[in-house]
Write a protein that binds this ligand. Structure first.
Ligand SMILES: [Cu+2]
Length: 164
């Protein structure tokens, strides 16, 4: 019996190594490890749904390609009601970039089709911050998917997931 089982162990280990749970670990990548513009590459021209890579957390630099970056956050800790998402975009030399088009789609991953807003445009504030109200209508898992365009072209896609 033992002789029969032993050869099976190695193929099982190989299977485990060959199929790591990539999506589950995506959220643990730190900002500096995240490839710039990785999200923008997904699905371009392939007809597939675009990929939204997990962004580093609030207050951290999120690379958006070619040395540019953004920093995002909320006006308060996300809770039931309306929260304001704030995105500040910077050029590679650290100057604020107000030339971008920033879109946000919020919803609950566990309730696909129930709450998605579709891409809503962030509005540029006088301070040069991109702002978007997000309605949290029930407790649970939420996700905001950011799409950033420059000159009409998508340069970045990223996702922020959180619990309420
Ligand atoms: Cu829901």
């Amino acid at each position: 019996m033992i002789r029969v089982k032993k050869p099976l162990i190695i193929p099982l280990i190989l299977l485990t190594l060959a199929f790591p749970c990539l999506p589950l670990h995506a959220g643990s990548h730190e900002g500096h490890q995240m490839k710039a513009g990785a999200g923008a590459a997904g699905g371009a021209g392939t007809g597939q749904a675009p990929a939204f890579a997990a962004m580093p957390g609030t207050g951290k630099k999120v690379p958006i390609g070619n040395g540019a970056y953004l920093i995002y956050g909320f006006d308060k800790k996300p809770k039931m009601g309306t929260i304001i998402m704030k995105v500040e975009a910077y050029t590679p030399d650290g100057k604020r970039d107000t030339s971008l088009e920033v879109l946000g789609d919020s919803g609950m991953p566990s309730m696909r089709g129930a709450h998605e807003t579709g891409d809503q445009p962030f509005k540029l504030s006088r301070k040069g911050e991109y702002l978007l109200p997000v309605n949290i209508v029930m407790p649970g898992d939420w996700e905001i998917r950011l799409t950033i365009k420059k000159g009409g072209k998508v340069i970045f896609r990223g996702s922020h997931k959180f619990e309420v």
